[in-house]
Write a protein that binds this ligand. Structure first.
Ligand SMILES: Cc1cc2nc3c(=O)[nH]c(=O)nc-3n(C[C@H](O)[C@H](O)[C@H](O)COP(=O)(O)OP(=O)(O)OC[C@H]3O[C@@H](n4cnc5c(N)ncnc54)[C@H](O)[C@@H]3O)c2cc1C
Length: 301
């Protein structure tokens, strides 16, 4: 039996990977998407107000629309984790379940949420500690919660939590919300349930079975039931290092065709050294990556 070699394997099922799949599918390339989280990081966003076509849409709904479009093209999405990629005559992609082969690869693997690095953090995950307000806000009805961070993600998490919780603290290390969009800052400031605590870092989590309180570096102790960590993300370099791709501060270096330093490997979205980590740019880069892969295949490169 002839071995199945895909034209393109796209690693990642977020906005970059799904847009690459739409373009690749429409070019009639034999395409497979392998992605652990359907829809990617944006599926965890409370509200998206800066993506054209919808003035505001939940991150989950936006992801579902992208997934629907990919599935309509008949493209298969495998919910597996890519563990190893080898560059041979074709690329060999090993997941937790199987091994696949492809002529081209598009890496659209996004970033991972940064952790606090505190004692207890791992043990209390799901027992008061969360990295996804959209997923877990509903568990904190009438409770007291804290959000750590001061970016758009932290502020939108606090706004969502305020719909359920009795009180929401935002703990931020700077003296004001420099990095967040003014529209979100305004909403946070006028929300009576949200209390912003500036110039403070969390240094201790108390609780054994469940989060009970947090201690700040100002010596303040706050009784809380939940801690939502929103202190940014960082790229996972494992796959890029396996392929010996050139990196800039851990992000994959790409050219204007989304080509990486290894022929046949493209990268798109938050994992690249682009200057704006957003859905719109991830989609644009996904489209360019698929187009570049197509051109190479057509030319027989
Ligand atoms: C809370 C929050 C709110 C946000 N709000 C907005 C907003 O309002 N507007 C906006 O434009 N942007 C927003 N963003 C940013 C936006 O989510 C990202 O820019 C966008 O999702 C990047 O898309 P991506 O496809 O590059 O990566 P991601 O969406 O992160 O997708 C990565 C994909 O790769 C998969 N993956 C990773 N490693 C592997 C592996 N080894 N094997 C298999 N699969 C793997 C993941 O499971 C996932 O499917 C927000 C982000 C957060 C966290």
């Amino acid at each position: 039996m002839k071995e199945n070699v895909y034209d393109v394997i796209i690693v990642g099922a977020g906005p970059a990977g799904l847009t690459a799949a739409i373009y690749s599918g429409r070019y009639l390339l034999n395409t497979l998407v392998i992605g652990e989280l359907d829809g990617g990081t944006i599926s965890e966003a409370y509200e998206v107000c800066n993506f054209p076509t919808y003035p505001n849409i939940s991150g989950m709904d936006l992801s579902l629309k992208m997934l629907e479009q990919v599935k309509k093209l008949g493209i298969e999405i495998k919910h597996e984790i890519v563990e190893d990629i080898k560059s041979k005559e074709n690329f060999e992609i090993k997941t937790n379940n199987a091994t696949y082969k492809s002529k081209k690869i598009i890496l659209a693997i996004g970033r991972e949420k940064r952790k606090l690095g505190l004692k207890n953090e791992k043990e209390l995950l799901g027992r008061g500690i969360s990295y996804c307000a959209t997923c877990d806000a509903g568990f904190y009805r009438d409770k007291i919660v804290s959000v750590i961070g001061g970016s758009n993600a932290a502020l939108t998490a606090a706004l969502l939590l305020s719909k359920y919780a009795e009180k929401v603290y935002i703990i931020y290390r700077k003296e004001k919300f420099f990095r967040a969009e003014p529209a979100w800052v305004k909403q946070v400031e006028s929300n009576k349930k949200i209390i912003s605590i500036f110039n403070s870092n969390i240094i201790k989590i108390n609780g054994t079975e469940q989060v009970e309180s947090i201690v700040l570096d100002t010596n303040k102790e706050l009784t809380v039931d939940g801690i939502f960590v929103e202190i940014g993300s960082e790229p996972n370099t494992k796959l890029a290092n396996q392929l010996k791709l050139k990196l800039e501060k851990d992000y994959i270096i790409v050219d204007k065709f989304q080509k990486t330093s290894l022929t046949g490997v493209f990268a798109a979205g938050d994992i690249t050294n682009n200057s704006l980590k957003q859905v719109i740019t991830a989609c644009g880069e996904g489209a360019i990556a698929a187009n570049s892969a197509y051109e190479e295949i057509v030319k027989g490169n």
